[in-house]
Ligand binder design. Structure first.
Ligand code: AHM
Ligand code: MG
Length: 336
């Protein structure tokens, strides 16, 4: 292998050296997640070939039909992570309650929260989808973890990341020392460091929102999006281009690399928006902040919110800090 290539394993080991007392448990957990990502990526790539497309015939806790790949991704994440002794408990967007670690495997000090395959309605049309994950330290008193371990605020995160299954597969993560992106080299089966220390560009290019729901938006959100479009008479600005895939990981990833804002506000039909706080908003918020951006529910930082329920939803405004703060300003002014 060329001396210039940095595999995810080497990178994780280097990061571990920033924590002199580290025992390697956390590093190995990140490596387990990378392995699960490779397995899910392999199946995702084959989705058009194998008889794997279509609905699995089950409905998840949100009442949505699960695609077969959702089930596969869910089972893969659990199978790779439940026997390692590194985790105390898990929680997944595709499971109702917490996912306990079987006693015989023994429990460890970390907690893994994930959305195994986000944007799965896009699978059938070959649009990018992703896996989102968050890692906390166990805080509950028992030997193994409990629900309270899975309801920690984002300010207590140990790590967060996502995998995007796109034209290439990428894993992007932060453990509090910047955001790093790795691209899967399919011939090697290795994630290689391709995007070290990602910073969201200061000059934003895009805004991403489902404009089809505009008629349901609040006054503040409507006026804010007009402002993004450069159509606010009092405060004209250079219009941003609109891009909306309808796959949070893909929309977020583009805006992280190119600059911009993704918003999924509350509206007349969905008073809490659609995005899940624990599985989607919190991990993405941590990544955004580590890259110099910001995430809000329109009134307060996402990372300050302590979840009350596993499947709680939240409005989400995420991207360049000044754009997100501007959203908060419009909401304060028009929606109070
Ligand atoms: P999912 O977790 O059921 O896949 O849904 C979440 C997805 C996000 O990826 C995306 O941002 C959003 O739903 C799109 O919703 P909409 O189609 O209402 O714009
Ligand atoms: Mg999801």
């Amino acid at each position: 292998m060329g001396g210039g290539l940095i595999t995810i394993e080497r990178h994780i080991i280097d990061q571990q050296k920033l924590h002199p007392g580290a025992r390697g448990i956390f590093s190995n957990l990140l490596y387990d997640i990378a392995l699960a990502a490779k397995i899910i990526a392999r199946e995702t790539m084959r989705a058009g070939l194998a008889d794997i497309l279509g609905r699995a015939g089950t409905v998840n806790v949100h009442g949505e039909h699960q695609q077969k790949l959702d089930v596969f991704a869910q089972e893969t994440m659990v199978a790779i992570n439940n026997h390692t002794g590194r985790l105390a408990v898990m929680a997944s967007e595709e499971a109702d309650g917490i996912i306990p670690i079987p006693r015989e495997y023994g429990c460890g000090p970390y907690v893994l929260i994930f959305d195994p395959l986000d944007g799965s309605s896009n699978i059938a049309v070959n649009v990018s989808i992703g896996t989102i994950f968050a890692v906390y330290r166990k805080v509950s008193p028992g030997e193994c973890g409990a629900e309270e371990d899975c309801l920690q605020p984002g300010s207590d995160l140990a790590a967060a990341g996502y995998v995007i299954y796109g034209s290439s597969t990428m894993l992007v993560y932060t453990a509090g020392h910047g955001v790093h992106g790795f691209t899967l080299d399919p011939s090697l089966g290795e994630f290689l460091l391709s995007h070290p220390d990602i910073r969201i560009p200061e000059e934003p290019r895009y805004y991403s929102v489902n404009q089809g729901y505009e008629s349901r938006w609040s006054e503040g959100v409507r006026r804010y999006v007009k402002w993004l479009q450069g159509m606010d008479a009092d405060e004209p600005r250079k219009p941003l281009s609109a891009r909306y895939i309808g796959s949070l990981v893909a929309d977020f990833h583009r805006n992280l690399l190119e600059g911009g804002i993704f918003l999924y506000p509350s509206d007349a039909k969905n008073p809490n928006g659609k995005i899940r706080l624990t599985y989607e908003a919190i991990p993405m918020a941590y990544i955004a902040e580590q890259a110099g951006g910001y995430a809000s529910d329109g009134r307060r930082p996402i990372l300050d919110i302590r979840p009350e329920a596993l499947h709680q939803r939240t409005p989400l405004f995420i991207g360049n800090r000044d754009l997100v703060e501007k959203a908060e300003e419009f909401i304060r002014r028009y929606d109070s």
